[in-house]
Design a protein around this ligand. Structure first.
Ligand code: THU
Length: 138
């Protein structure tokens, strides 16, 4: 299913991510990002980057999607797959903050990066090895 970057299983996630990307608020970087998450209950939840005149307030597409998924009922362990789309030649991986935010909900997670022409499949455990989690202090 999600171990093949060309699997049709990715299609609803890719469509949702591209659609959300259209709504990106990126007047400062002009870099529009879309993301989509699939939850264990079968929901596809999308997000886009939301920039701010106070630059550090900017929210990445991945964390926007994650926030929407949690509001819809996502709990740790409930993430199945993630997609990040941009319209540039070099595929866009999640930033460090987004990797950390995602690992709170999924120790392992296929993360598909895509543009209009190509895809590359990564896994969160490789994008953020030796991650810090609640288990380190609980
Ligand atoms: N951005 C994302 O939305 N996700 C990423 O994975 C990388 C960066 C956004 C944040 C900002 O609006 C713009 O891309 C440039 O950094």
């Amino acid at each position: 299913m999600f171990d093949d970057p060309l699997s049709p299983s990715w299609t609803p996630l890719l469509e949702a991510a591209w659609q959300a990307r259209e709504h990106a608020h990126a007047p400062y970087s002009h870099f529009q990002v879309g993301a989509a998450l699939l939850t264990a209950t079968g929901e596809v939840v999308a997000g886009c980057n939301v920039e701010n005149a106070a630059y550090p307030v900017t929210l990445c597409a991945e964390r926007g999607a994650l926030s929407a998924a949690v509001a819809a009922g996502l709990r740790p362990g409930g993430l199945v797959a993630a997609v990040v789309v941009t319209d540039v030649a070099e595929l866009t991986p999640p930033c460090g903050a987004c990797r950390q935010a995602l690992v709170e909900f999924a120790a392992t997670l296929p993360v598909l990066l895509a543009n209009r022409h190509t895809r590359r499949l990564h896994h969160l455990e490789n994008l953020l090895p030796h991650s810090f989690t609640g288990s380190h202090f609980q």
